[in-house]
Design a protein around this ligand. Sequence first.
Ligand SMILES: [Zn+2]
Length: 187
Amino acid sequence: MTLLEELLDFNSKFVEEEKYLEYRTTSTPDKKLLIVSCMDTRLTELSLKALGLKNGDIKQVKNAGAVISHPYGSTMRSILVGVYQLNVDEVIIMGHYDCGFGALKPEPIVQAMQDRGINKSVFETLEHSGIEVYSWLKGFDSVEESVLEGVKNIKNHPLMDDSVPIHGLVMNPETGKVDLIVNGYEY
Ligand SMILES: [Zn+2]
């Protein structure tokens, strides 16, 4: 059985047995909160449980490193849609220690792409089109600085409502303990 078949098989039973009932909620977050966190597998459930949150409480946006890498990219757009359309009153940028994105080096990724058949000329074409592949694939040096930068990027965004507090946290992926980097009520 392939992974996809396994998932679809489980899904049929899940729906048939009405296991969805305990997860029923609305599409707006009960806590009026949006959290941007990393896609790290250790945080999938831990990041919610460690903060006392459950299905329906928050809007959750995930990407590699919990970064706001572009002011008009999909993460920033999700935050703006949350604030203006989905009752989000507060935002948290939550990075984590031991983040794979922090250690990210562009060279081995580009090499792996080439090993898997992406032609060298593609990288040249992209660079000529103004897409800086190497800096795009580079991780951050410090998670605390990256979280602070994310908070600043949202705060300074020309389309952002000034009154929305933007907090910054860093989570320990083993224990779920968070360190406060930015208190958005004061920032
Ligand atoms: Zn991470």
